[in-house]
Ligand binder design. Structure first.
Ligand SMILES: Cc1ncc(COP(=O)(O)O)c(C=O)c1O
Length: 458
């Protein structure tokens, strides 16, 4: 199938494109001279000045050089749309997929599709489950298993596609704050036992690589190994936050499906994600049916009707950007991990609280306990504090409420139990000052004797 595209590209001759010098990502040239701090600032000079953006995890960020490449693709389309559609678009998407295939160590580019986002990938996977059920594949008592903190859109997809076919869901409680991988593995094993009660089969396990809220890196390889031993039929890894913040090797990980957004930590514009499918099965389809239906997911995903495909085309330009850093994307990951651990520890010390996980269980985001005196007692309180920090201090950060477990693992500070956390992110544009602003804003609230329920809601 891929040869078809390759041949097209060849047949159509030398297509001048914004990325025409970057046909492969196999041997990225690493920069010999590290990129300078002023160049980094310049790459993100479109960011609103004066805002402490410590929530890269939600919406990501895209440097100017990649945005310029995107604009060049858009212009290329507008210059000669017919030629673009027939001669440029598909080879360019193939180049991006090939680059991703190399980064994630997939066997073949046929296994890699580009879709809009993780939500689309969840629909693809869960619609496949739903179709299998229609073919009599599901039995009463069959289940889907996931952690309780799976992303809402993924949970809703289960509600939309699995609940109507009679499938039930086992939610495994993610221990938080978490001390070790063993705690997570032990809870997951209990969930699998539950899933197999009454002779049922666990048809699908959905495992986050990095959970969103609270944010923790899960031991995916180990969990998938257990799934295989326990006869779980399929595993879908939601790695929405993964590429660009942890190493992704789909062969080592061993899931049937693995999705990661490129726009969060891999510097793409909104919005593109890759979906890796271990098997090239013909019962996996894009939820939007176009004339490409039936040609395989990579083709179906490469044309979902007329729209702007430029975010899918800039992967070679992203590689050019990241390879200006010492160590390329690995160097960036290390820099962000070290930075977020350092800043998380600084905040924890200042507030006299705890980290939500050991540093080795986080990537570029970490959870830091908020002082108990702030009284984060509900999701509503958490949202009030998030809005307050944005509106009054221009700090963009996520706030999380965690109910007490009522056991000896509930964390305390000097005044009481800790039930609120911030999720801080670290990306290359962040400075120490961003985190000091957060520290000071929280300390100011304490000095003023304020509690979250008293903060105005936006
Ligand atoms: C773990 C997780 N899964 C899925 C998603 C959904 O991603 P998207 O909005 O790009 O579809 C997110 C978004 O933050 C996420 O954190």
């Amino acid at each position: 199938m891929e040869n078809e595209i390759d041949t097209d590209a060849h047949r159509n001759g030398a297509v001048e494109s914004p990325d025409s010098n970057h046909h492969t990502a196999k041997k990225p040239k690493l920069a010999t001279l590290p990129i300078s701090e002023p160049s980094i600032l310049d790459e993100f000079s479109h960011h609103q000045r004066g805002v402490a953006r410590i929530n890269n995890g939600s919406f990501g960020s895209c440097p100017r050089s990649v945005l310029a490449a995107q604009t060049a693709w858009q212009l290329r389309f507008l210059q000669q749309p017919d030629d673009f559609f027939f001669n440029v678009l598909r080879p360019a998407i193939l180049r991006s997929r090939t680059a991703i295939k190399d980064i994630i160590n997939a066997d073949h580019v046929d296994r890699v599709s580009l879709v809009d986002n993780a939500t689309t990938a969840a629909a693809i996977v869960l619609q496949q489950i739903s179709r299998r059920s229609a073919q009599g594949h599901f039995q009463p008592n069959d289940t889907v298993i996931m952690f309780h903190c799976a992303y809402q859109a993924v949970k809703k997809s289960i509600e939309a596609y699995v609940t109507p076919i009679g499938g039930s869901v086992v939610e495994v409680q993610l221990p938080f704050p978490v001390r070790s991988n063993e705690e997570i593995v032990s809870e997951f094993k209990k969930g699998l036992e539950k899933g197999k009660l009454n002779g049922g089969k666990v048809r699908l396990a959905i495992i986050d690589h990095i959970t969103s809220m609270p944010s923790v890196v899960l031991p995916v390889r180990e969990l998938i190994k257990i799934c295989r031993e326990q006869g779980v039929e399929q595993v879908f890894v939601d790695g929405a936050h993964a590429i660009g913040s942890v190493r992704v090797d789909v062969k080592e990980i061993g899931a049937d499906f693995y999705v990661s957004n490129l726009y969060k930590w891999f510097f793409s514009p909104p919005s593109v994600a890759f979906l890796y499918c271990k098997n090239n099965s013909n019962d996996v389809h894009h939820p939007i049916v176009s004339q490409e239906y039936g040609k395989g997911l990579p083709f179906e995903s490469a044309w979902v009707g007329m729209r702007d495909y430029s975010p899918q085309l800039v992967v070679p330009s992203i590689l050019e950007f990241v390879n200006r850093f010492e160590g390329g994307i690995d160097g960036i990951m290390k820099r962000n991990h070290d930075g977020v651990v350092k800043m998380g520890s600084m905040l924890k010390e200042s507030w006299g609280t705890v980290l939500g996980s050991p540093p080795e269980m986080c990537a570029s985001m970490i959870m830091v306990g908020l002082p108990s005196r702030l009284c984060v007692k509900s999701d509503d309180d958490a949202l009030r504090l998030r809005s307050y920090l944005r509106v009054y201090h221009a700090i963009e950060v996520l706030v999380y409420y965690q109910a007490l477990r009522n056991d000896d693992r509930d964390p305390r500070d000097k005044d009481g139990f800790i039930t609120g956390y911030v999720r801080i992110s670290h990306q290359i544009y962040n400075t120490v000052d961003d985190y000091h602003r957060l520290k000071t804003a929280i300390n100011q609230l304490l000095d003023d004797g304020k509690v979250c329920s008293g903060l105005l809601k936006e």
